[in-house]
Structures are given as C-alpha cells and as structure tokens.
Design a protein around this ligand. Structure first.
Ligand SMILES: O=C(O)CCC(=O)C(=O)O
Ligand SMILES: [Mn+2]
Length: 203
C-alpha cells in the first residue's frame, strides 16, 4: 500500500490513503454510528459555554482522564470493534495508543475549529493517528507563524479509509481544523488515536 510523506517545516505528516477498503469503511461507519455513545460536549470560551459543532465519543484504557478545552471528559471502556480498529491503526503506523477521541460530523455545518492537540496530558510532541470514515471533508493545517508567507498552509481532503499520522512538532508549531461546507454532505466519523500520559501510574 502506498504511503505519502507530506513535507513542510516543523511537522511530520504521513498519510496512508486507504487502510480500509470502501466496503470495510461502510460497514465500520454503520457499526460505529449505531453503537458508540455519542455525546454533545461543550466548550468554554472566555467563560461562556457553547455546544461543540459535532458529536463526540471518548474511549480509553482504564484510569485515564482527559481535559479538553476546560471540560473534563470521562472515557468509556474500549468496545471490541474499537479495539480491532486500534490494532489496525497501530500496525499501520507502528505506534501505540491508549485512547481515542471519535468525532461525528453530522452534516456540512458540523466542523472542528482551529486548534492544536497540545493539552499537557498528551506530553511533548504527541503522535496522533487520525482515521476517517464516511464523507470526505477538508482538513486544513496552518503554521502558527502564518505571517511568514514562506510557510504555506496545507489542505488535505481526507477520504474514507485514510489514515493521517501527525507527529514531530505538528501540535506545537501548527494548528488544524475541519471547515464547514455549504455543500450537502453525508456524515463523517473521524477517530483520533492518542496517547494520554497516565498521571496515576508510578514513574
Ligand atoms: O476530524 C478530523 O479530521 C480532525 C479531528 C481533530 O482534529 C480532533 O479531534 O482533535
Ligand atoms: Mn485535533
């Protein structure tokens, strides 16, 4: 299977265009859509609480917890299906992960604003693996020093079955987002596999 390296300053991006076939993706999408415990999470911005424009589900090894934009997330226990997907993602990427944040973008108005996954629980230079299912959506990255015109933004249309690995200084030097679209689109599920540092375990 071909693998693409996306070359830009201060980032290590690797894209596997199809780690699952289209028919596998359809089946995975339907099973996850139906079986995951989707939540309407909220975000605190300047003291005001807003619904995030998508549904989320959060699964992790026991004992881990995670703070996301001021909101404490209580993870659920891995389902057999999520464990199967984790194994496939770990095999492809040659990385290991102890948690997954799953996003459901119900339509083109659901989105994910500019952010970096740089919470302290993720440690320095976290490695994050992002698997996409369902509708193709536009993923954009911009360098934090965007005024430096020599560093171009990156646009990737993430197709179903694609796996994007973000590593190196991606989370400290760049931000990323999923833009809204006025087109009529089908739902999309994205799974971001992460490694949470377990603060409860002895060093
Ligand atoms: O949906 C995506 O492709 C990205 C999700 C993301 O950046 C996140 O959950 O932190
Ligand atoms: Mn992210």
């Amino acid at each position: 299977m071909d693998v693409q390296t996306i070359t830009a300053p201060d980032t290590e991006l690797t894209l596997w265009p199809q780690v699952y076939s289209d028919s596998e993706c359809c089946q995975l999408f339907a099973e996850l859509h139906q079986s995951l415990h989707w939540q309407q999470d909220q975000i605190k911005i300047f003291g005001k609480v807003f619904d995030v424009p998508r549904l989320q589900a959060w699964y992790a090894d026991p004992g881990l917890s995670y703070q996301y934009s001021g909101i404490q997330l209580q993870p659920e226990t891995w389902t057999p299906l999520l464990l199967d997907i984790r194994k496939q993602v770990e095999t492809q990427s040659q990385q290991s992960f102890n948690s997954v944040l799953v996003n459901l973008y119900r339509d083109g108005q659901d989105s994910n604003g500019w952010h970096a996954d740089n919470e302290p629980e993720l440690g320095v230079n976290p490695v994050i693996a992002s698997l996409s299912l369902g509708e193709t959506r536009r993923f954009r990255l911009k360098h934090r020093q965007a005024k430096d015109a020599s560093i171009s933004p990156i646009t990737l249309d993430l197709k179903q079955g694609s796996l994007l690995l973000m590593a190196g200084r991606t989370q400290s030097c760049w931000q990323h987002c999923i833009t809204k679209t006025a087109r009529t689109v089908q739902p999309r599920i994205n799974l971001t596999f992460r490694n949470i540092i377990d603060v409860t375990s002895p060093l």
